[in-house]
Design a protein. Structure first.
Length: 172
């Protein structure tokens, strides 16, 4: 149904915005920073999400969502890409996803697509992304907070500001 497609696009755009704001606040060195234990940097997460979105959403209705030319393991290798390249990757992956979902009709939701040879309804494939992407955007935001410390500007209601927010929102 169109209501679901519109809602999905709205939710995806909110995560796109959160990730974009995080990337924009960091410099190239910060984008490649990894905490102890070598978890993924923001730049690696972006590279992974780009690869995932391009693979899943290119020819979405007609080919398997795991494209043969995708090299997933390479998405987790550090390449010291500039901030401009990281942003380009971010925008490219999102453009593919948003255009693909934006072109769907309610009748498409019941169609079957494949991801790694596993059948999914289009609705389920969207939901699968709706859990995968926020997981990684949350990692990006958390890394941004760690890197910027007290200089981080909240992307939602700042800590300790709920009452002020609610008063402004509800006019009390």
């Amino acid at each position: 149904m169109q209501l679901y497609l519109d809602s999905a696009l709205q939710r995806f755009r909110s995560y796109y915005d959160m990730g974009t704001k995080t990337i924009e606040r960091l410099d190239t060195t910060q984008l490649h920073w990894q905490p102890q234990g070598e978890p993924n940097s923001v730049a690696m997460i972006v590279k992974h999400l780009r690869g995932n979105m391009l693979s899943r959403w290119t020819d979405f209705l007609t080919s398997d969502g795991e494209k043969r030319d995708r090299h997933r393991d390479e998405e987790f290798e550090e390449d010291q890409a500039s901030k401009e390249v990281v942003l380009q990757r971010w925008h490219e992956g999102w453009a593919c996803l948003l255009n693909a979902i934006g072109s769907l009709t309610p009748a498409d939701l019941e169609k079957t697509v494949y991801i790694r040879a596993e059948a999914h309804s289009v609705l389920d494939a969207i939901n699968r992304q709706m859990t995968h992407i926020p997981y990684h955007v949350g990692q990006m935001v958390y890394l941004g907070k760690m890197i910027m410390g007290d200089h981080w500007q909240s992307l939602s209601i700042p800590k300790g500001q709920s009452e002020i927010f609610n008063r402004a929102k509800f006019g009390n």
